[in-house]
Design a protein around this ligand. Sequence first.
Ligand SMILES: Cc1cc2nc3c(=O)[nH]c(=O)nc-3n(C[C@H](O)[C@H](O)[C@H](O)COP(=O)(O)O)c2cc1C
Length: 190
Amino acid sequence: MSNPKIGIIVGTTRPTRFADKPVEWLTALTGERSGLDFEVVDLRDYPMPFFEEPVSPARTPSSHPVAQKWAAKIASLDGYIFITAEYNHSISGVLKNALDYVYPEFVRKPATFVAYGGVGGARAVEQLRLICIELQMAALRAAVHISRDQFAAVLQGEKTLSDFEVLKQQATLMLDDLAWWTKTLKAGRS
Ligand SMILES: Cc1cc2nc3c(=O)[nH]c(=O)nc-3n(C[C@H](O)[C@H](O)[C@H](O)COP(=O)(O)O)c2cc1C
């Protein structure tokens, strides 16, 4: 039987975004694991207009071709790791817009988070957990929070994320928990 698939969803799209650092770091860590397959899903590859559909995707799928491609990608995955910044104490507009375009494809799948910012992206993650619950995902407690000092040191080129053993420990706990939820919910859905 093939491994469950996890999408590492890159939640910001600015040309100079920090997000690529945690994506690169997490991809190296996931490469050391077995039992799950990981794939980076970059919102830059899904440039959707601001949502203005006649009805919610909970009822009717979008007819926009990029949104359909995005929904098909989400449907193909068994769990999600959101790489999220904190924009004004919440998630980025581009991530919220992308989440609004999809509904049934997320249902009964686990979601966890790698966040960065002044307070480790914690305020963004708290909001993202609520959104995930509304989309009927299982939002996990275990997550990675890249703190202000760690974020600043990496941004200034003084350190890399792999210099912080504590982040690796957080990631191990998060990935262990994600593996359990992904396999359990996949079995339940089938
Ligand atoms: C519009 C905007 C709002 C921001 N608001 C916050 C905030 O509320 N809390 C915080 O910790 N950082 C905030 N920041 C700083 C971001 O954490 C930092 O710019 C980060 O690099 C953004 O992620 P990105 O580089 O992947 O786009 C904000 C940045 C932007 C552009």
